[in-house]
Design a binder for this molecule. Structure first.
Ligand SMILES: N[C@@H](CCC(=O)N[C@@H](CS)C(=O)NCC(=O)O)C(=O)O
Length: 216
């Protein structure tokens, strides 16, 4: 049985989990917190989650994991059957994971963890995100899904990461860059949340938050 290792607060863990649930692929969840000890690095070389344990070994990075699942379970059609549509889904995932989320991630220390981001970082991230969000907007339909009327694997990436981009920019700059650019990620998240797989991801995330924020 495939084992998905990570924790329910992680957007990249939840991206893979949503794909697994959407396509009814059997898996177990193993609670793993990121870390730099040797035991962790033996599974995930940068100490990050998620990683997937398979009969062949460990695999890290959410997108290679999704690609592995698509190749291993071709009948599940994780990507669109048409080569062009599938490539456009991959293009969107790249935009979300790299151009949007990875850029916004530079703000998380201040936005979510009580730290401080330097003015230089703030200026650089604002410039980059403004550019990247405008590019992303040219690619998406939100009708109601990213690519139109069909839920796609790109929606799994968007569902877990767009809220972080909106919330982080709002926390640091007092302006939600996505809403400001006309990307109504809140309505979009509601649309995806109508799906049972997304409901399970969100319920597990809430349960994790409740369990870890209890007074000791
Ligand atoms: N590119 C990676 C990103 C994974 C990632 O950043 N995971 C976070 C949790 S959401 C993590 O493990 N952070 C710990 C660290 O960066 O050391 C992926 O797609 O899986």
């Amino acid at each position: 049985m495939l084992k998905l290792c990570g924790f329910s607060l992680s957007n990249y863990y939840n991206k893979v989990k949503l794909v697994l649930l959407e396509h009814d692929i059997a898996f177990e969840e193993v609670l793993v917190i990121p870390g730099q000890d040797e035991a962790m690095l033996a599974h995930s070389p940068l100490g990050k989650v998620p990683y997937l344990q398979t009969a062949d070994g460990d695999l890290c990075e959410s997108q290679p994991i999704v690609e592995y699942l698509a190749a291993r379970f071709p009948d599940k059609a994780i990507f669109a059957p048409d080569a062009w549509d599938a490539a456009k889904e991959r293009e969107l995932i790249f935009f979300i994971d790299v151009h949007l989320e990875l850029t916004a991630r530079m703000l998380y220390g201040q936005a979510f963890f009580g730290g401080t981001v330097s003015d230089g970082t703030k200026t650089r991230v604002e410039k980059l995100l403004t550019h990247h969000i405008a590019g992303f907007k040219r690619l998406v339909k939100f009708d109601p899904y990213l690519r139109g009327d069909r839920f796609s694997v790109a929606d799994a990436a968007a569902f877990v990461s767009l809220p972080l981009v909106g919330l982080a920019t709002n926390a640091v700059y007092g302006r939600d860059f996505l809403l400001e650019a006309g990307i109504d990620w809140k309505s979009y998240a509601k649309t995806i949340n109508a799906r049972p797989a997304a409901q399970r991801v969100m319920a597990d995330k809430k349960a994790y938050i409740a369990a870890t924020s209890k007074p000791q």
